[in-house]
Design a protein around this ligand. Structure first.
Ligand SMILES: Nc1ncnc2c1ncn2[C@@H]1O[C@H](COP(=O)(O)OP(=O)(O)OP(=O)(O)O)[C@@H](O)[C@H]1O
Length: 330
């Protein structure tokens, strides 16, 4: 349904060009959930904003984003407007940025319905009330007449979800949908997204930096580092049998409930995307880096069901280092 091919996004700035996405290939099938994880600044948001064509006009984009066969990057803005909201919905991290503080919530939902569907305003408001009910807002008729500031954070995110699913999109993109919320509310919003996905049969493209969330909801996961996917495949294979040293490091640095073991962070910082390294971007932080890692970018290798970009998978690396990608126990 969605196929991203060799996506590159550059931002020219006064001090140079930021290479935010440096070659991304992903596929998402009908009704499935794909999660993109990675540290702050790894290019997750820029990648999904490219799908929605929401990037600033000075961004330079290349590659293909095929949506049911048509390249979204080639569509005129008018055609894109009918894809946004109707075929693909999106929710953002902070619900307040997606809601108009001066408009009643019910009207905001009705307005987004009327952008794509022909019906009377009265009917659209009725549908808005049904949607508020569907996303679990109690007393939806009364709540439809409230303003966003009268809602709690969790209720606002529910209202934003109602807007995003108003026209029954085939794909919902959620960019860190729970990050701005309390922990207890985070779990409820995730549960809601899972329920809606099941009920409506839509696909979900979920951006998060929380590996627990990935394990909970996703079928597949792409781990991004410095604008590239470094490990991509089914959740069990990536989270339970991580191959790339960066994925292994991420898993070791996550808190495990009940554990008294100290967290092991990944030393160093991600590279500057104004001037990315010529070899593997993780090499300077990688405990297994070889000389070739600093000089050349690794090819993407298929290992089991996953795609991994790491020189350690090269047969000669095995010979020289005795490296076994499955020797690590998470
Ligand atoms: N409009 C822009 N102009 C210049 N650089 C940008 C612009 N938008 C994003 N970037 C840069 O692109 C890189 C990727 O940003 P992006 O927001 O996609 O990261 P992210 O992985 O989503 O991080 P986070 O988890 O913090 O949201 C960052 O280095 C960021 O500073």
């Amino acid at each position: 349904m969605l196929q991203i091919k060799d996506l590159k996004v550059h931002f020219p700035t006064q001090i140079g060009t930021v290479q935010a996405v440096r070659g991304l290939d992903l596929t998402l099938e009908e009704g499935k959930t794909l999660s993109i994880v990675g540290e702050s600044g790894s290019g997750k948001s820029v990648a999904v904003q490219s799908v929605m064509r929401l990037l600033p006009s000075h961004a330079k984009i290349s590659g293909e984003i095929l949506w049911n066969g048509k390249n979204l990057l080639g569509l005129a803005e008018k055609q894109m407007q009918s894809v946004r909201g109707r075929e693909i919905g999106m929710i953002f991290q902070d619900p307040m940025t997606s809601l108009n503080p001066t408009m009643k919530v019910g009207h905001q939902i009705a307005e987004s319905i009327l952008q794509h569907e022909r019906m009377s305003a009265k009917k659209a408001v009725e549908k808005a009330v049904e949607l508020l009910d569907l996303v679990g807002i109690p007393d939806p008729r009364r709540r439809a007449a409230s303003y966003p500031h009268q809602f709690s954070g969790g209720m606002r995110q529910r209202a934003v979800i109602a807007i995003a699913i108003a026209c029954s999109p085939r794909l919902l993109i959620a960019d860190e949908p729970t990050t701005a919320l309390d922990v207890t509310v985070q779990a409820q919003i995730l549960e809601l997204l899972k329920d809606l996905q099941k009920q409506m049969g839509m696909a979900l493209l979920l951006i998060t930096h929380d590996l627990a969330v990935v394990g909970e909801v996703a079928d597949e996961v792409a781990v991004m580092y410095a604008g590239k996917p470094i490990e991509y495949g089914p959740v069990e294979d990536v989270l339970h049998r991580p191959t790339h040293p960066y994925t292994q490091g991420l898993l070791r640095s996550r808190p495990i409930p009940g554990s008294r073991e100290p967290l092991i962070s990944i030393p160093g910082t991600p590279p500057d995307l104004l001037n990315p390294p010529q070899g593997c971007a993780f090499a300077s932080r990688c405990p297994h880096a070889m000389r070739i890692c600093k000089d050349y970018q690794p090819d993407v290798e298929t290992i089991d069901n996953k795609q991994v970009a790491c020189w350690l998978l090269h047969p000669q690396a095995k010979e020289t280092l005795g490296w076994n990608s499955y020797s690590y126990k998470a």
